[in-house]
Design a protein around this ligand. Sequence first.
Ligand SMILES: Cc1cc2nc3c(=O)[nH]c(=O)nc-3n(C[C@H](O)[C@H](O)[C@H](O)COP(=O)(O)OP(=O)(O)OC[C@H]3O[C@@H](n4cnc5c(N)ncnc54)[C@H](O)[C@@H]3O)c2cc1C
Ligand code: FES
Length: 363
Amino acid sequence: MLGVLAVSGLGAFLALLLEIADTYIADYGEQHIFVNGERDLVVQGGKPLLFALGEHGIYLPSACGGKGTCAYCKARVLEGGGPVLPTETPYLSSQDLENHIRITCQVKVKETVRVEVPDELLNVRQYHVRVLALENLTPHIRLVRLQMPAASEGFRFKPGQYVQLEVPKYKSTSGPEFRAYSIASASHEPEVLDLVIGRVEGGAVSTYVHDYLKTGDVVNIRGPFGDFWLRDSERPVLLIATGTGLAPLRSMLFQIERDRIARSVTLFFGARTRDDLFFFEELREVEKRLPNFHFVPTLSRPAQGDAWEGEVGRVTRLIDEQIPEGAQMDVYICGAPEMVQSCMELLEKKGVPSDRILFDMFA
Ligand SMILES: Cc1cc2nc3c(=O)[nH]c(=O)nc-3n(C[C@H](O)[C@H](O)[C@H](O)COP(=O)(O)OP(=O)(O)OC[C@H]3O[C@@H](n4cnc5c(N)ncnc54)[C@H](O)[C@@H]3O)c2cc1C
Ligand code: FES
């Protein structure tokens, strides 16, 4: 047993040494990245493909900031990516492998690379934006309001999409870090962008946002990204969120109101206590203005002093009790992965086809 531990420990140590040598000693000189058979980018060799593309203004989706844990940064690498690494294989299906799909934050540019990037991602831009306002919506959730450039300068998004927010190096990080945050504001007012950011204990970006970010600071935003947006259909809409998962659904609600979409819309919003139920009054106001909108908040652990007379329990209980078998509806779910998974299973049991359920998982 001790022998096995010693050998695997030595293996890990050697792998670390190789990684350090590769990062700090190896010199791969200038290399070329050909994008979509057209653009020829010259980069300093040795960098992860994701970041080398970013330096030239080509931003791929990413939720983990390049740590190799989200698999959002997939792209087709036709030449020069080297062998597929063990850090990539858990995220690549056999079809991905056949199609030369790679996890671009894990692929280092050590020779000429040919990569395919979807055309819509070539429109993603980076913006330096000022923090207009910060507001604590709950003890753990903060609203970050950003001043974006005028719409004429190109920032447009579909309600439901997200941006990457980059924060500078601070005492808990070794460099700038970025993460994905859904846009919580109206797409017809793209000059002001709202993000709703929950504190994750020990989290690099969320801790910065909660403890260090100040009104007037300038941060980098890249986007828009994602395909979680309201699809055209005549069917009723069911929106389901817990916690900060409300962010993209709020943006969709602004769209529904502005475009006078006549479909019936129900929002199930789950929180623990009344204090965690942010945007409550705002959503009640939307309900007054929109006769086809029904807001159903539910508390999983109402506090003693909450004097709560609404629904109690998780959002899954609302699905169980309020959604009939064979319901014809389009569903949009957003929040923690376990909640999204449980809701999907329940809805599918009720006969809602999986292609009518869209979701974004915040992890
Ligand atoms: C498409 C998309 C949209 C998102 N939109 C939002 C949004 O609107 N608002 C929002 O607050 N977040 C959102 N997220 C989550 C966000 O991107 C970050 O993952 C989150 O803020 C944590 O980042 P961090 O740098 O603070 O923590 P990290 O430094 O990335 O993580 C630190 C540790 O916490 C763990 N961890 C990470 N996230 C969580 C979590 N949620 N709960 C418990 N542990 C966690 C990690 O595994 C790690 O061990 C979204 C994610 C995706 C993929
Ligand atoms: S950016 Fe998350 S896995 Fe590559």
